[in-house]
Ligand binder design. Sequence first.
Ligand SMILES: Cc1cc2nc3c(=O)[nH]c(=O)nc-3n(C[C@H](O)[C@H](O)[C@H](O)COP(=O)(O)OP(=O)(O)OC[C@H]3O[C@@H](n4cnc5c(N)ncnc54)[C@H](O)[C@@H]3O)c2cc1C
Length: 400
Amino acid sequence: MIAWPLKLIAGKDALVTAMRAGKYVDLAAGYGWQILAGTARFAATGDGPVLDVDLGAGGTTRLHAEHYLVATGSAPWAPPIAGLDETGYLTSTTAMDLDALPASMIVVGGNAVGLEQAQLFARLGTRVSVVEAMDRLAPFEEPEASAAIEAVFADEGIAVHTATQATATRRDGAQVVVSTRAGDGHDAELRADRLLVATGRRPVTAALNLDAVGVKTGPRGEIVVDNQLRTDNPRIWAAGDVTGAPQFVYVAAAHGGIVAGNALHDAGRTVDYTNLPRVTFTSPAIASVGLTDAQALTAGYRCDCRVLPLDYVPRAVVNRDTRGMVKLVADADTGRLLGVHAVADAAGELAAAGVYVLSAGMTVEQLAGLWSPYLTMAEALKLAAQTFTRDVSKLSCCAA
Ligand SMILES: Cc1cc2nc3c(=O)[nH]c(=O)nc-3n(C[C@H](O)[C@H](O)[C@H](O)COP(=O)(O)OP(=O)(O)OC[C@H]3O[C@@H](n4cnc5c(N)ncnc54)[C@H](O)[C@@H]3O)c2cc1C
């Protein structure tokens, strides 16, 4: 183990505490809401559901309300890998609390959380290997995005094993040994000081006693809700990760607002995930909104797509970092944009702009004709749109 830069952890903790206070705890106090520190579970009474709260300070209290909102989030989930529990492993949460930097680490899972943390540890000096069962990193993104981030990881010395299953783990002295099986049947062993499992998160519902109050859960433990976020009990609602919805802060926040309106004012608001963006905060970042090329084809569109490498984007050239690309997916019949995908510094900003472009129903021609400030990364959107009408056939690319 290498001495961990404790200042980094202390800085992260201070930031989280300040943001939590500023965005949530102090706000609640400002509205006059009571916050009880404790663990809640439902109980059924003749008058309907109540909440029993085991208080952190000791004792239990019972809460009665007209409506209840369950927002208990999700927790790291690990697949059934032989020996995993005995071996011990880090999750995305515990990895951020280490007080010493491991010399080496195996990260199982090559999607958003695994990629972000793999690159973080590699940049701090840990020798990192990533094991991903699917045939590419960021497997739900465009293949060009996966190729771009795989090239970045290769540049940074991160070993990537795609199409590879972690089949078993064990301890060998101070080290962790992970047995792997590749898609071609090749078996191997990886060794490291630490193992981080980043294979997704599952809703936290097990201890809530939901059965007693008639709230149904799905196969992953998620609370089953209708499109107004009401559960099978008309007085109980759910929001955020616990519903099995896309796991983003902005989804949870939007859910909360919808439930408040529906439960308290009978507003009848529904959830609409159209043009929901997503960002993986690697560096460069991976971001997207709308349909991928393959999804557009499956949806029955005649698809027209363009991939603009960042070598064509002045901001990236000036940054002296042209790793990445922008891909636009359009309906070939109408020119309407269907998807925006990027691997770039500030790719999240491109996805945010993409939300506006897609929500406005713009065509590639309209996007190509808009003003865009020179020397911004956002200019990449306009430049990519221009490739639809110019003779840049070498840039075109479609799954079809
Ligand atoms: C490593 C990582 C990186 C992420 N990065 C991003 C990102 O960049 N952008 C983004 O949008 N999203 C990101 N997410 C996802 C985001 O954190 C979640 O989608 C979001 O926090 C969900 O909010 P929530 O309110 O549903 O649940 P949570 O934020 O998980 O809150 C649930 C709360 O309920 C409490 N609780 C649980 N059970 C009980 C109980 N019985 N009684 C009382 N309290 C209980 C928990 O202690 C917790 O405080 C990331 C997640 C991870 C793990």
